[in-house]
Design a binder for this molecule. Structure first.
Ligand code: PHE
Length: 341
């Protein structure tokens, strides 16, 4: 019996040490140590031994069982270590490889200029107002002293959205003036920006959609001098403290008197050059004192209050600010262009 036990041990130990997987190992455990295993089968024959031999064989059998158990445990350990090594080898992570760069977006030149302008006016106590792009003709024209029959209302110039011409894509941000004055009592100090639409062909300086910034101040004793002072602050902040402006008489139906405001060419300081087309001055915006008819239409007492308004083309401002020569570049959104700002 001793011989048989030794044989089992030898055979089992060599099988265990060459087991290549957990499954093989479990099969060996069952084969040798299981209920129907080789060792158990042998132990069942113990009864046939003499009383002297029995304890010796019992001891040896226990020894063999322990040897096999611990060999299995050892082999299991070796196998799991091997598996770990294999994983570590296959899942190498080189932390020194440079990462993939995520491109970070940035502001559109129009947004940069717009935020600058908003910042300048916020510093002078202006609030920001909003109005609809799809507007009633009443607000876009009539309440701005532009009655039926006025050339600005022509179907050739304007995108109407209804057969009866009562709804329109706003042609200017000025209707926001009316909307603000209708719901707010003076003092009023607002700017409002947004898209406006006119039937223009696309070229280097025109687009059927563009942006304006509207300004409106209504208070007691507001004069043209306040308008001038306010616009001077704007221009100095945008173009430097030596920037000069001039007022030219003009006509808008909803302001009286009306003017256009030019800035002295920053390229040639008024000498005349390519940028200003030899003029020495560059047109910047339209402005004026709000027409009494418009104020009264909004229920504002013109004996007590007066106001000024102005409207700035944002594309024009942006093109000047960044020396952009073609308006279309602003809307094409080619990143090679946009990343320059
Ligand atoms: N709305 C005018 C335009 O689009 C500009 C303007 C605004 C003029 C406010 C005077 C006052 O041309």
């Amino acid at each position: 019996m001793q011989k048989q036990l030794e044989e089992i041990r030898r055979g089992a130990l060599s099988a265990i040490s060459s087991a290549g997987s957990g499954v093989d190992l479990e099969a060996l455990r069952v084969k040798y140590l299981g209920k129907k295993g080789a060792l158990t089968a042998l132990l069942k024959q113990m009864g046939a031994l003499s009383p002297q031999e029995r304890p010796k064989m019992g001891q040896l059998a226990n020894q063999v069982r322990e040897d096999l158990s611990s060999a299995i445990a050892r082999q299991a350990e070796i196998l799991s270590q091997k598996a770990l090594d294999a994983r570590l080898a296959s899942e190498v992570l080189d932390v020194t490889i440079p990462g993939t760069k995520v491109p970070v977006g940035h502001k559109h030149p129009m947004s940069i200029v717009l935020e600058e302008v908003e910042d300048i006016f916020a510093g002078m106590g202006f609030q920001i107002a909003e109005g609809p792009e799809v507007e009633l003709s009443d607000y876009n024209f009539t309440k701005l002293n532009t009655p039926e029959g006025h050339p600005a209302r022509d179907w050739q110039d304007t995108f109407y959205l209804s057969e009866d011409s009562s709804v329109v894509l706003r042609t200017q941000t000025s209707p926001v003036q009316v909307r603000v004055m209708e719901r707010q009592k003076p003092p009023i100090r607002i700017i409002s920006h947004g898209r406006v639409y006119r039937k223009d062909e696309v070229d280097a300086t025109h687009s059927p959609m563009f942006h304006q910034i509207e300004g409106l101040v209504v208070d007691k004793g507001v004069t043209m001098a306040d308008l001038k002072g306010t616009l001077e602050v704007l221009v100095r902040r945008l173009y430097g403290k030596d920037a000069k402006i001039r007022f030219r008489p003009h006509h808008f139906p909803f302001t009286e008197p009306s003017c256009e405001v030019d800035v002295q060419c920053f390229e040639c300081q008024g000498e005349g050059c390519r940028v200003c087309k030899g003029e020495g001055w560059i047109e910047l915006l339209g402005a004026g004192m709000v027409h009494p008819k418009v104020l009264e239409g909004c229920g504002i007492d013109t004996e007590v209050y007066s106001g000024f308004a102005f409207g700035i083309g944002v594309e024009r401002l942006t093109m000047r600010r960044f020396s952009i020569s073609d308006l279309r570049l602003i809307f094409e959104n080619d990143v090679r262009f946009l990343t320059q700002f």
